[in-house]
Design a protein around this ligand. Structure first.
Ligand code: MD6
Ligand code: FE
Length: 219
């Protein structure tokens, strides 16, 4: 264990594993050594399938901009939420999942006790200052036995971690560049969200926060 103070934040432990719930872990700094390769891969994906502000079925435009890679991508419009093989903007398949993504998702899941995680979808969220994600459950996946692996890059954010019901109390965790959250099992359907991202500058991502969430959609 050692600490770093790169971003003027409190001294921060790397390699610490914090248990957030019976099936949920925060792996501090787990992706740090691969962060540069991950951000470069995101930039290549975005050149093919640019981040876009999706509309919810309720008619709201999301403040987070989204794109995807992998066999399936998540999409939202007035008709609903769904996963599909094609980027609706280009009509082409989503860009393939880079090897550095596949390996990181597998390794992080394993470190949290989930063996043989083999995601078929990676949602890439891009947060400009002020962007947020309201409380939601991830339940559009067919395979709820597999965990979700979530990687934070660039600007920090406060992660809101609720319970099984929308009205349950919410815990707040600071997510820093390189942190990975893995959750599954009993925690798989907990409500969660992201508080509005504060403005800042990060050497790898500039003025934004990136989040990769890896999912296994199809069994
Ligand atoms: C984010 N993450 O951190 C949004 N969902 O930008 C999620 O919505 C999320 O981090 C399911 C599992 C892990 C997550
Ligand atoms: Fe989510």
């Amino acid at each position: 264990m050692f600490t770093l103070d790169l971003f003027g934040d409190l001294p921060r432990s790397i390699g610490e594993r914090r248990q957030l719930g019976p099936g949920a872990w925060l792996l501090e700094g787990f992706a740090l050594a691969r962060a540069k390769a991950l951000v470069e891969a995101v930039q290549a994906i975005e050149a093919q399938s640019p981040p876009r502000h999706l509309v919810t079925p309720g008619g709201f435009t999301m403040s987070v901009a989204m794109t995807n890679c992998g066999r399936l991508g998540w999409n939202s419009d007035l008709k609903g939420y769904r996963y599909g093989p094609l980027d609706p903007l280009s009509g082409q398949p989503w860009p393939p999942m880079p090897e550095v993504f596949v390996k990181l998702a597998h390794d992080a899941a394993e470190a949290a006790g989930y063996a043989a995680f083999d995601p078929d979808a990676c949602l890439i969220n891009s947060y400009a200052p002020g962007a947020r994600l309201s409380l939601h459950q991830d339940k559009d996946e067919q395979d709820l036995a597999a965990p979700i692996v979530s990687v934070s890059l660039g600007l920090p954010a406060v992660f809101l971690f609720g319970g099984a019901h929308r009205s349950d109390p919410v815990e707040r965790y600071s997510l820093q560049h390189g942190d990975v959250v893995v959750w599954g099992g009993e925690d798989r359907l907990r409500f969660h969200g992201v508080a509005p991202v504060k403005a800042g500058e990060h050497p790898l991502t500039g003025g934004r926060r990136l989040n990769l969430t890896f999912r296994k959609v199809n069994r």
